[in-house]
Unconditional design. Structure first.
Lengths: 72, 306
């Protein structure tokens, strides 16, 4: 994957978002009715959202905002 | 603290393992960001018309890299908490009426929510690098390209922020024999530039490294050791001792720098990013080999308007 191409950058953004979604899915699979519940579960989920998901989504947005220019 | 009552510890451990594996998968993107930044700041060898990251977007690339580093660290920490909880759950479940203090409490996030980071949060697989060092031709082909970009990146920073040092470097470069400069024209630039950079570093360190009654011993060891390895690889390349030896020496030089950089600087970068940036702004030439690694972390804080 070459980041220095429109397609490559799009792939990188998609991969970061996909990683975030898969990680979040793993966590959500543990938490909720029939699974882990209570104050600790809520705190874990909140920490995950702020420390992992938010950062990965921020990384994806930043990569999306990168401008690529031709080298002359 | 409540426990994961009713939750299967094996299921929890499985989730922790999935998280840890997914996190490793982000390393490829980290490596691509670093490579794209380096090429964009030193596009020599790129064909006209090739795309590079626009100068005003370089800080966004650095910030994206930092976001991924911190997310990986936090994900790993939270996965460790899951494993600890699973172990606790098993103990509690097996005990008749015991109360058990694991001593493992939720880490109270600090104000910056910075996780405990490891060296391989920054680099894609230093162990993989060790395994690949013996793949002579492939290793050289790939890493020469990367190192040229990294060294070029360091040189761009060097030229921009250290005009006096570049003047000293130019004078020193002219004193080198023709056959050394000839090697660089042939593209075998790694051992030559590495030697030059570390000789300048060592000279500066010997001149300025005596601070408050003490020598900067770690700095002297680091730069002196790196110079020794780079000089040996320069001699090996010039005398044609053989590709495998040159590859090994170049790889050893890389590992020396990387190992030292990781051990010495990772904690500083993460715990005191602003102080690290301020030090680098005044002493760029000390950290040319470090910049490709530290740059993505500290660049968002650096004022490029000088």
């Amino acid at each position: 994957m070459n980041l220095l191409s429109m397609a490559g950058m799009s792939v990188a953004v998609a991969q970061v978002r996909m990683s975030e979604a898969m990680l979040r899915g793993t966590v959500q699979g543990l938490i909720g009715p029939g699974g882990w519940q209570g104050a600790d579960a809520d705190r874990f989920e909140a920490e995950w959202e702020s420390l992992v998901s938010a950062r990965l989504l921020s990384a994806a947005r930043r990569l999306e905002s990168i401008d690529l220019n031709p080298f002359n | 603290m409540s426990r994961m009552l009713g939750l299967d510890p094996e299921r929890v451990r499985g989730a922790a393992a999935v998280i840890e594996n997914q996190v490793v998968g982000l390393e490829m993107i980290q490596a691509q960001i670093v490579g794209a930044q380096a090429l964009s700041m030193n596009p020599l060898g790129m064909l006209p018309g090739s795309l590079v990251i626009a100068p005003w977007s370089l800080s966004q690339a650095s910030a994206a890299y930092t976001d991924i580093v911190l997310a990986k660290g936090s994900a790993r920490e939270l996965a460790a908490k899951l494993r600890a909880e699973a172990a606790t759950q098993e103990f509690v479940s097996s005990a008749a009426d015991a109360s058990y203090e694991t001593g493992v409490a939720w880490r109270v996030p600090d104000a910056r929510d910075v996780p405990q980071l490891r060296p391989d949060d920054f680099l894609p697989g230093p162990l993989d690098l060790i395994e690949r060092i013996w793949d002579g031709v492939g290793f050289v082909d790939e890493w020469v390209g990367r190192l040229e970009s990294w060294i070029g990146f360091g040189f761009d920073a060097f030229k921009l922020w250290a005009p006096d040092a570049i003047s000293r470097f130019d004078q020193w470069w002219k004193t080198l024999p023709d056959w050394v400069r000839g090697i660089s024209r042939l593209g075998k630039i790694i051992p030559v530039l590495g030697t030059v950079i570390d000789a300048v570093d060592l000279g500066l360190l010997l001149r300025d490294g005596f601070v408050d009654g003490d020598w900067d011993i770690p700095g002297l060891i680091r730069v002196g050791g790196s110079l020794l390895i780079d000089t040996a690889s320069l001699i090996a390349a010039a005398t044609g001792v053989g590709l495998p030896l040159t590859v090994v020496l170049q790889g050893a030089g890389i590992l020396w720098d990387i190992g030292w950089i990781i051990g010495e600087h990772v904690a500083d970068i993460v715990e005191h990013p602003q102080e690290y940036v301020e030090f680098l702004e005044g002493n760029w030439w000390w950290y040319i080999p470090v910049m490709p690694l530290a740059g993505p972390i500290v660049m968002p804080f650096i004022d490029l308007g000088e």
